[in-house]
Design a protein around this ligand. Sequence first.
Ligand SMILES: *Cc1c(COP(=O)(O)O)cnc(C)c1O
Length: 405
Amino acid sequence: MSFKEILPDVGEQTKAVHAGEAPAPDTHASAPDIVMSTTFTVDADTTFSVEGLAENDPWIYTRWGNPTVRQLEDKLAALEGAEMAVAFASGMGAISGLLFHTLQAGAHAVVSDVAYAALAEMSNDMIPALNVEISKVDTSDLAAVEAAIRPNTRIVYVETPCNPLLRLTDIEAVAAIAHKAGAKLAVDSTFATPIATKPLSLGADFVIHSLTKYLGGHGDALGGALLGRTADLQPLRKKTAIRMGATISPFNAWLIMRGIATLPLRMRAHADNALKVAQWLEQHPKIKRVIYPGLPSHPQHALAQRQMHNFSGMLTFRTADGKAAARVLANKLRIIHYAVSLGHHRSLLFYLHSADLLQTTFRFDTPAQLAAWHSFADDGIFRLSVGLENHDDIIADLEQALTEV
Ligand SMILES: *Cc1c(COP(=O)(O)O)cnc(C)c1O
């Protein structure tokens, strides 16, 4: 019996703990086993092609499906309120799978002009080289989204809040625009997590998570996932996850499942800490600007209040001469790690220099897009992923390091 049949209407924290899991019928072990086997003994009628594979067929080969990975997928689907989830080796594995599945030569896609760097870089050259046209649009501007739609638009892809600016997109409004044009809406919800926002309930067709971030939560396992309707994801699993092969290791799936068990509790603590740190930074004389969706000073605070039930743990701030300040902070911080990535229990800080990123990664078509970048990032921002340490220790660490800036 599935979790849904046993416990249909339980709360979010109960889903995080129990969904997808059950004691093993043979050992009665309370915690899930890790099944690392890459192959499974099968009967003689088993075919050698994945073509006819059905979701509930016996396990054959771990790239096609694995019991530990399936437990993770079922837990993710329960938390996100999705019919189905497909796990990948990384967030980029999931994003690549979605784009390869959705876009054929001659198609057009509308993509957030500021989104995860690897996606922005793929959109600059790799995807156009496959004869797929991409319009990069500031998706917080609904008129710009509407104007970018073409008859061959297959997908609108947004990230909210977006990495690294923390700019938001109104999911419900963009879903209406995409659907009117017969396109699908995909939302990268990595920064929000299912605790803050459930994009499928707002009209999105696909949700993307980098499980490496808040869902895993401990900085020790890469993973990614796509969530949505079974009718979309069953063929997608065959075409991309299985054939292209960005398969998650069962060990990583097990670690991430263990992380997800505490996701609702962690997100509450991340948001509490982040608000306190953001408020403290906002009154610090050396800090020019703080951007955090939970602060009334965020340019889209009203949308954040409507669309996010938890403001998550990500904030940005600016200082004078950010590059010089980054050298000081990287050396002087004692608790906060100067490192990329985010969503871990450890606080992580990284400086993003606008001129560098505008050259390598974010290519804008209009002066309005460039102006919008600068209104959020000026000549550079510190991205702080506020961890689960005591908030006064995080603040004290920033305070002692900022005296040297
Ligand atoms: C990190 C990240 C990704 C990519 O995930 P990986 O697991 O590193 O491949 C995608 N989207 C967002 C918003 C991210 O922060």
